[in-house]
Design a protein around this ligand. Structure first.
Ligand code: HEC
Ligand code: HEC
Length: 387
């Protein structure tokens, strides 16, 4: 009896194995359009999701109680001078934490587009110009900016002190038991650090591209066939002739560095937005930078970037390379919101006027000889980077 069961199991197993390999044999693999080199390049865009680094200088980063407090404060209008705006007014969840406006509208009219906040924790420098070196200092900036929320330390601290939930939670979770008696500025910094802890958790999920990545990595032909052909052709252009991957690389499709891609920098007659050039000045003068007294962790490795950043003329007209994840949620595009569709972005790259590049060293950008359908394919590919 035992023997029989044994035999049955073996027959069953053999059947399963043959059925499986037989199945795989009959499956026709689409002829791959990618060379081994190209596949290696594609595999550098993953895996996703990836681990989020801690927010530099933020002793509350990664702590659940702080994240929950930060989530509450994120939608609190008490952080703006006249109590009309919260972070959420401009950073709306349904729009990838951006706002669909070309230019952000705060207490005053901004000259920049509201950045989406999904996966923001992966950045090293914050803002289009990298004017902040941590997520928590990038939180203080809009609160105190005359253009965005026009708050001030004393007013915000006074309002924070009326929030019992804040001090209760800080005490109960062991984060701080005397926060109520902190000086104004320390209290506001603490609040900003909890908001930053919350934002670090705003991660986007797996996309069609990520599923293709996994299928490619696992030699899963079926999975690879699921990815649209047009997106594959677009991807081939992206990592090939168009050289997009030189700046948009890694799992977040950004090198985190600053480049000039020839977008106009005039904001009004005779007015310019100098981009990274202003950002470097800003981060150095920022009393909340990682070199200042409010750095709560003082990790030498985190301070290095701020210590070593140097201002050079080439920084003029440079902007941080944006991530290309979630683009379907965050139109319009570019630091000034000047391009409303992905097709317009692709056209801007393909038909670039290199005489408009302000700095040296962007010789990677050149007009691309792309047909209409190749441009559509590139757009198709970019679309697959949204969940
Ligand atoms: C008036 C609209 C507005 C409000 C209100 C606002 N922001 Fe922003 N946010 C922006 C704009 C515009 C930028 C780009 C700023 C720049 O480049 O200088 C930005 C950028 C950011 C960034 C940098 C993102 C990145 O990828 O580097 C963070 C973080 C951020 N905001 C968080 C917040 C928080 C937290 C609040 C609330 C305390 C807030 N914002 C309130 C408009 C707004
Ligand atoms: C030299 C580096 C570099 C190369 C090469 C490059 N980009 Fe960019 N990309 C940038 C920078 C910098 C910005 C932001 C410019 C600005 O805000 O004015 C940007 C912006 C974008 C945006 C808008 C994203 C947003 O959230 O606003 C898209 C989409 C994009 N690039 C796609 C591409 C594609 C497709 C290619 C290849 C055809 C490409 N990029 C090549 C650096 C580069």
């Amino acid at each position: 009896m035992k023997n029989l069961t044994c035999k049955l199991v073996i027959v069953l197993l053999l059947n399963l194995i043959f059925a499986h390999t037989g199945h795989a044999d009959t499956k026709t693999a689409e002829p791959s359009i990618f060379s081994d080199d190209e596949i290696r390049r594609i595999l550098s865009f993953g895996p996703w999701p990836t681990t989020m680094p801690q927010d530099a200088g933020n002793e509350f980063s990664g702590i659940l109680a702080a994240e929950k407090l930060g989530e509450k404060l994120f939608s609190d209008t008490d952080l703006s001078g006249d109590k009309t705006l919260s972070c959420e007014s401009c950073h709306q969840a349904a729009n990838g934490f951006a706002d669909q406006q070309p230019l952000s509208q705060g207490v005053q009219q901004h000259v920049r587009n509201t950045q989406g906040l999904l996966n923001v924790g992966m950045q090293r420098w914050f803002g289009w110009d990298g004017g902040a070196d941590s997520l928590w200092s990038a939180t203080l900036r809009p609160m105190l900016s005359e253009i965005e929320m026009a708050g001030d330390i004393q007013t915000i601290a006074t309002r924070l002190r009326t929030k019992h939930y804040l001090f209760e939670t800080l005490k109960q979770s062991g984060l701080h038991d005397k926060a109520l008696s902190l000086p104004d500025e320390e209290l506001v910094v603490l609040a900003a650090k909890t908001i930053a802890a919350y934002m670090r958790k705003l991660n986007s999920g797996t996309t069609a591209f990520d599923r293709y990545y996994t299928a490619l990595n696992n030699n899963d032909i079926d999975g690879q066939n699921q990815y649209p052909k047009a997106a594959k052709r677009g991807l081939k252009t992206f990592i090939g002739d168009a050289n997009c991957h030189v700046c948009h690389f890694g799992p977040n499709f950004s090198n985190g560095e600053f480049h000039d891609i020839g977008r106009p920098f005039f904001t009004d007659i005779g007015m310019v937005d100098p981009g990274r050039y202003a950002g470097i000045k800003r981060v150095r003068d920022d009393r909340y930078n990682l070199l200042g007294t409010y750095n709560g962790t003082a990790e030498p490795s985190e301070i290095r970037k701020t210590n070593s950043v140097k201002l050079v003329q080439d920084n003029f007209g440079q902007w941080r390379t944006p991530s290309l994840r979630n683009l379907r949620l965050t139109a319009p595009y570019m630091h000034d919101g000047s391009l409303s569709t992905l097709r317009e972005v692709v056209d801007a790259y393909a038909d670039i006027d290199t005489s408009r590049l302000h700095s040296k060293g962007e010789s990677i950008l050149k007009p691309l000889d792309l047909s209409n359908s190749q441009r559509n394919d590139l757009v198709e590919f970019l679309q697959t980077l949204t969940e």
